[in-house]
Design a protein around this ligand. Structure first.
Ligand code: NOJ
Ligand code: CA
Length: 583
């Protein structure tokens, strides 16, 4: 039976499930997930017990970065279906009581976007070029990039435009960006210096110039288009990157991978103060459609007190808590990040969010089984030094999930974590599609390992991801490992102790006991030797939550066990296990 749609501040306590459309469910046998595939599986998400789905991009796109390279913001890529398919999905989701959040990618478009194509065809200094960040190169003929910024995906953040014939430079045609010294000149006869355009990500993802009023108007229109179409919110991609520091000064990130993060106090392309004016503007656009629509920021900004600026009352409603995601499975570190999160977000009247996995991260089942996880984006593959302990990883992942789902606020799940899926490490190099892998010449494996299509039905081809492929070639766009069928939804559903049943029980108990809206009150650790506590204990209404992050078994407080992330002893809680007790 359909649950009624919650009203008011539904998002303050919501469990939001991320669907990565190309890997969720394929309806037509082309090996790529699509919108009808998602619609057909929404019942399974209701049975899981979530409140909302967030769909990663399904818009018209050349798919150079899994759809985060948008060529038309108000249409569906034929790969995924049609606008009519989206309407069916939205209606079915709403009828089932699920909210629908879509991805908005405002920092950059695809190079196939008509505005960028027009910019390439137009002259330097033209209105068309003004939509993006074209600049003259340095050096006598402009043969050097305008500054030293590096792409998050590797290589220079600039690609040269060949003005002599009006065609884009080599990187635009799909090669790696050329090193500056080999870039050549615009030609002796060229009347002006060569121009370059900025792309903080792939060369197929040119950055918009957010000081341009037409860019601002374009996105107001995109927001209204989808709001009128009934979406409940937007997850805003790279929400810390839209505004660049005037003059685009050189910046050298610290050696430990800072270019992808936002930790430094003044990075000229991250967390510039001007971004907040954009979100205040969007807040007003959403308010035209009532109080229930939301903006969620994907902002890699530290510390949490600064990130909280994104969710001030007149800006976004939520922002991802990557500090939480990146915290190791250690009691003291977890307690600190929870306290810091509640203080920072609570200080501006926003709920904290919690997340352990997404399509950009090594799945937490694998990550928590690594002694030292690699930096975000680097990924893991056959040549990596790090080797996960799968059993430890799954045990910790379930314990970490049980801890997360008991915290006050809103939680994000990533498709497949409810099946206990690990990161796929041994994808063949030739199958990998992440631009990170391609732009670093394979040095970074990138994120494909978290994006392998889901197993639904063990006995079927492609483990039920879709019907057999119509062209008779491989099964799915990224190959599923042989073991994938053993994780299929149908072999876990209704099976006590399975990871899927554990998630279903956790989500039902979270709802029943209102854990997301209760106040969290820490209780003393229950370690036998309390000098270096390994346990985290807190009270939430009638429930006591105990997470044991260490290896030693500890005593369980008396009471009824509402949830356990793994087998319990008699009156005891083994290592790497979390329990919820009703006393
Ligand atoms: C963040 C998205 O989650 C990621 O997948 C994408 O590659 C970058 N932003 C660029 O859009
Ligand atoms: Ca398909």
């Amino acid at each position: 039976m359909a649950r009624s749609r919650s009203e008011g501040d539904w998002w303050r306590t919501a469990v939001i499930y991320q669907v990565y459309p190309r890997s969720f469910a394929d309806s037509n046998g082309d090996g790529i997930g699509d919108l009808p595939g998602i619609t057909a599986r929404l019942d399974a998400l209701v049975e899981l017990g979530i409140d909302a789905v967030w769909l990663s991009p399904f818009f018209t796109s050349p798919q150079r970065d899994g759809g985060y390279d948008v060529a038309d913001y108000t249409d569906v890529d034929p790969l995924f279906g049609t606008l009519a398919d989206f309407d069916v999905l939205r209606d079915r989701a709403h009828a089932l009581g699920l909210k629908v959040i879509i991805d908005l990618v405002p920092n950059h478009s695809s190079s196939a976007h008509p505005w960028f194509q027009a910019a390439l065809a137009a002259a330097p200094g033209s209105a068309e070029r003004g939509h993006y960040l074209f600049r003259d190169g340095r050096g006598e003929h402009g043969e050097l990039p305008p500054n030293n910024w590096q792409s998050v995906f590797g290589g220079s953040a600039w690609t040269r435009v060949d003005e002599a014939d009006g065609k884009p430079g080599p990187a635009e045609r799909g090669d790696r960006a050329r090193p500056a010294e080999a870039a050549g000149t615009a030609g002796a006869a060229a009347p002006q210096k060569a121009q370059w355009y900025l792309h903080l990500f792939d060369s197929s993802q040119p950055d918009f110039d957010w000081t341009n009023d037409e860019v601002k108007e374009l996105f107001r229109g995109v927001l209204r288009f989808w709001l009128e179409r009934g979406v409940d919110g937007f997850r805003v991609d790279v929400a810390h990157g839209l505004v660049k520091k005037p003059g685009l000064p050189d910046y050298t990130p610290p050696a430990d991978g800072g270019s992808a993060g936002g930790a430094e106090p003044d990075v000229p392309y991250w967390a510039q103060p001007g971004v907040h004016e954009i979100y205040r503007d969007w807040h007003r656009v959403l308010a035209e459609f009532g109080p229930d629509r939301i903006l969620i920021g994907e902002a890699w900004v530290e510390p949490l007190s600064k990130l909280a600026e994104w969710v001030r009352p007149d800006e976004m409603q939520q922002t991802f808590n990557f500090a939480y995601l990146e915290t190791p499975w250690e009691a003291a570190a977890l307690k600190k990040v929870v306290d810091d999160s509640l203080a920072a977000f609570g200080g501006v009247g926003a709920p904290s969010t919690w997340v352990l996995s997404n399509h950009d991260m090594i799945r937490h089942t694998t990550r928590l089984g690594l002694a030292t996880p690699p930096p975000q984006g680097e990924g893991i593959g056959p040549r990596s030094e790090a080797h996960p302990d799968d059993a430890v990883g799954l045990r910790r992942a379930r314990a970490a999930t049980a801890f997360m789902l008991a915290l006050p606020g809103s939680a994000y799940l990533y498709q497949g974590e409810e099946l206990g899926l690990p990161e796929v490490i041994d994808l063949p190099d030739g199958a990998r599609q992440d631009p990170t892998f391609l732009r670093t010449g394979g040095e970074s494996y990138g994120r494909d390992g978290s994006r392998v299509p889901l197993p639904w039905e063990a006995a079927k081809p492609s483990a039920g991801f879709g019907p057999p492929r119509s062209d008779g070639s491989g099964a799915s766009w990224l190959p599923q490992p042989e073991a994938w069928a053993s994780y299929a939804r149908d072999v876990q559903f209704g099976v006590p102790g399975s990871t899927l049943e554990f998630y279903r029980e956790a989500l039902a108990a979270r709802r029943l006991h209102r854990l997301a809206s209760n106040e969290l009150v820490w209780l003393p650790p229950v370690d036998a030797q309390p000098d270096d506590p390994q346990t985290l204990v807190f009270r939430s209404g009638a429930i006591t939550v105990i997470a044991n992050t260490g290896p030693n078994t500890v005593e369980l407080p008396a009471g009824r066990v509402v949830l356990a992330s793994g087998p319990l002893g008699t009156g005891t809680l083994p290592g790497d296990t979390t329990a919820w007790i009703e006393a």
